[in-house]
Design a binder for this molecule. Structure first.
Ligand SMILES: Nc1ncnc2c1ncn2[C@@H]1O[C@H](COP(=O)(O)OP(=O)(O)OP(=O)(O)O)[C@@H](O)[C@H]1O
Ligand SMILES: [Mg+2]
Length: 710
């Protein structure tokens, strides 16, 4: 963030505020270097003596004429309060939820249905240029579609934001846009099927959390395939990092995956009688969060929708019943009671009703199951030992099995949807839509949040590098000198997590030790990083947690359970029993499942483009950096002399080049930043206050006589 050093009486700045986050304040007395207080007046008239750090004076407020811009890059000062204020004004005063920031669309979740998504709006955006229309998710979709068609190049839309921000809704809108504008005359209903993949994956992969009633608990990347005439011919999706722990554990006021509640709500229907289900209140895995219903959601009606959607994808009765059988089995498994036998052993009664239904549904040998849920086989080079398990260990084994079955089922459903979305015809191009779950921080954060936040760091990095690269290409194409201001590089935190001897490698190592423990791993983290890595901290009051400074926030993780969740293993004998099941689907799930010590090796594989871009960026920062900000520049002159409307008309690429030419012999570096909305509109993010501008005189050699002073 840049804080201009210029603080004259009358200048308006932003100062932090506990309630409003930022408050507008007018400086009432010139600030001199070294002053420890800034005398200001708040908008309500309150006079304030605001303590300041001379190295970081408060950020300047934009002139009112700029506020409400539909593109943030058009603001003179582009910092947090400027961005928030602009978004707020647009949302509160004009009910506008979308704003551009160059090629990025910023969306505010309105939490109510706005009349801006109908087919008529889709058609209004179709074929239009992004800059000619109000910012909209459809404009972004149109841009991707147009670029694909114009350049025969594949495109991607990345939707990011914290949980509940509106990613899934936005991703759905982009897909609906493509389905509508590229509608073919085919009878296969390809577009409808592509759209149908959403409610199904949401039924099995979304759940109520304290942040979002329909929170995606997995990442999803959908590639929509187009043929030579740019009509949809199918789709393919990949999913990432399903939150498996939710199957067996939900925090207060949270729910398990929607599908379980849909099924329980339909338990009374005769076709489900053999599943021996009841209300969601009767099952440990669905009642744990203490709230089995979501206000405004009818699970029973949604079950009918889920079934219809499956059917639309060609996944009919038998398939559906197999899926429901697996789900019911998981619920019964969660109700299997494990009794402690002394301190060292545990047992399951041969009468356990839920165990027998579980075994009946999955066609398993019940005695073996009861025995091997409570015992473990340890094979060493010289012998095989059977060890009893404590009640806690057995409950863990039971839960691990439930999680495994569910994650196989989830993958299986995704695979079958993908099959249903393959149609004859050759893919010419595709548009990818990435809806990954957002950065998360809760009161207690565990391995799941760590994975999610790590994935978000990787995504953020891709995003930074991509946007940086795109902008750079634009500048270079037009030979415009430029400076990059405040490029946030999150490589250090990624290194902390994934580099050699980083958090993950130490975790994997600990998992390989026969007596590996969460606490031992944490101790190694403390030894390696405390006071050595600024992004890692040990909380003062805890010996069981660690803190990581992520790009979005600081997050405290509790180490408990990291090893077990990272190992993600089900006892081998249990796998053998499931392999022997006569229920094919179940047996197939456990055939030769690849052994993976860590879920990371296969799941997050985003190639870093770091080496190519880091050095130029660094160089720019050190060589160009701050010095450009203190010298009179063409930017200031233009701002001072030209009303904003004239700017739009007059500042063309050739004009910029002309000005650049005039500046060639000057010592200072011109500071220009492009707005990609209108290809060569120029905006100047860090100009000084209007008061300083008044003092500037334009040398006649600049030949800028056509400009008028504002
Ligand atoms: N454009 C919109 N118009 C109206 N309501 C919206 C819009 N976007 C989001 N919402 C509301 O906000 C809720 C949460 O949005 P969504 O599920 O898309 O969040 P998310 O970013 O995907 O969160 P998570 O990371 O938890 O999956 C939606 O269920 C919907 O009620
Ligand atoms: Mg979502």
């Amino acid at each position: 963030m840049h804080f201009s050093p210029i603080k004259r009486k009358g200048t308006v700045v932003w100062i932090p505020d506990n309630e409003e986050v930022w408050q507008s304040a007018e400086i009432t007395k010139n600030y001199k270097a070294g002053d420890r207080f800034l005398l200001v007046q708040l908008e309500d008239g309150t006079e304030l003596s605001y303590p300041v750090d001379p190295a970081a004076l408060p950020p300047l407020r934009n002139p009112d004429i700029l506020v409400g811009e539909n593109d943030l890059t058009a603001l003179s000062y582009l910092h947090e309060p400027a961005v928030l204020h602009n978004l707020k004004i647009r949302f509160v005063e004009s009910k506008l939820i979308y704003t551009y920031s160059g090629i990025i669309l910023v969306a505010i979740n309105p939490y109510k249905q706005l009349p801006i998504y109908g087919d008529a709006i889709i058609h209004a955006y179709s074929g239009q240029n992004m800059g000619d229309m109000d910012p909209h998710i459809f404009a972004v979709a149109e841009e991707a579609y147009k670029q694909m068609a114009r350049n025969n190049k594949n495109q991607s839309i990345i939707v990011s934001g914290e949980s509940g921000a509106g990613k899934t809704v936005s991703a759905r809108y982009t897909m609906r846009y493509f389905a509508t504008v590229s509608k073919s005359s085919s009878k296969a209903h390809v577009e409808d099927k592509v759209l149908a993949s959403n409610p199904i994956t949401e039924a099995v992969g979304n759940a109520k959390t304290t942040r979002n009633d329909n929170s995606s608990r997995f990442g999803k990347y959908t590639e929509i395939s187009f043929d030579r005439s740019y009509q949809i011919i199918g789709a393919n999706m990949r999913t990432y990092l399903l939150e498996k722990s939710r199957v067996v554990f939900q925090s207060e006021n949270e729910r398990n995956y929607h599908i379980f509640y849909q099924l329980c709500a339909s338990a009374m229907q005769p076709e489900y009688a053999h599943l021996k289900l009841g209300s969601a209140e009767e099952f440990n895995y669905t009642r744990m969060g203490g709230s089995t219903v979501i206000e405004g959601v009818d699970d029973r009606a949604n079950m009918v929708e889920t079934q219809k959607t499956f059917a639309l994808l060609g996944l009919k009765g038998d398939f559906q019943m197999d899926v429901f059988k697996m789900l019911a089995a998981i619920l019964h498994l969660g109700n299997v009671e494990i009794a402690a036998v002394g301190d060292e052993r545990s047992s399951i009664s041969s009468e356990d009703k839920h165990l027998s239904i579980f075994c009946e549904l999955l066609d398993l040998n019940c005695d073996k199951m009861a025995r091997w849920l409570c015992h473990r086989k340890i094979v060493t080079t010289s012998e095989t030992v059977i060890k009893p398990m404590t009640r806690a260990q057995a409950a863990n084994a039971r839960d691990a099995l439930a999680k495994k079955i569910y994650s196989h089922l989830f993958d299986f459903i995704v695979e079958r949807i993908n099959q249903a979305l393959q149609f004859p015809g050759k893919q010419h191009t595709f548009i990818g839509v990435l809806d990954i779950y957002g950065f998360e921080t809760f009161d207690v954060n565990s391995f799941e949040q760590f994975c999610i936040n790590y994935a978000n760091e990787k995504l953020q990095q891709q995003f930074n590098l991509h946007v940086f690269k795109l902008e750079q290409e634009e500048y270079m194409k037009e030979d415009i000198p430029w400076t990059l201001i405040d490029f946030y590089d999150n490589q250090p935190v990624i290194d902390l997590i994934e580099a050699k001897m980083g958090i993950l490698e130490l975790l994997d190592e600990e998992c390989l030790l026969p007596h590996g423990k969460d606490e031992n791993w944490l101790q190694k983290l403390y030894n390696n990083f405390v006071n050595k890595n600024a992004l890692f901290e040990k909380p003062r009051m805890s010996n069981t947690s660690f803190i990581i400074q992520h790009f979005a926030d600081k997050v405290e993780y509790k180490c408990e359970g990291f090893l077990e969740k990272n190992r993600d293993t089900v006892h081998e004998v249990l796998v053998e029993i499931l392999k022997e099941s006569k229920f094919h689907l179940c047996a197939n799930f456990f055939q030769d499942s690849p052994v993976s010590i860590s879920p990371f090796s296969s799941t997050i594989n985003i190639k870093s483009a770091r080496p190519a871009l880091k050095s130029p960026n660094k160089q720019l920062r050190t060589t160009v950096g701050s010095k450009v900000l203190h010298k009179p520049q063409i930017v200031k002159i233009l701002n001072s002399y030209t009303p904003i409307d004239d700017f739009e008309k007059r500042v063309t690429p050739s004009f910029v080049r002309k000005v650049q030419g005039m500046l060639n012999n000057r010592e200072d570096v011109p500071q220009l930043m492009l707005d990609t909305k209108h290809l060569f509109q120029v905006t100047f993010p860090f100009t000084p206050s209007p008061h300083a501008l008044e003092l500037i005189q334009v040398p006649s050699s600049f030949k800028l006589g056509f400009l008028t002073r504002v």
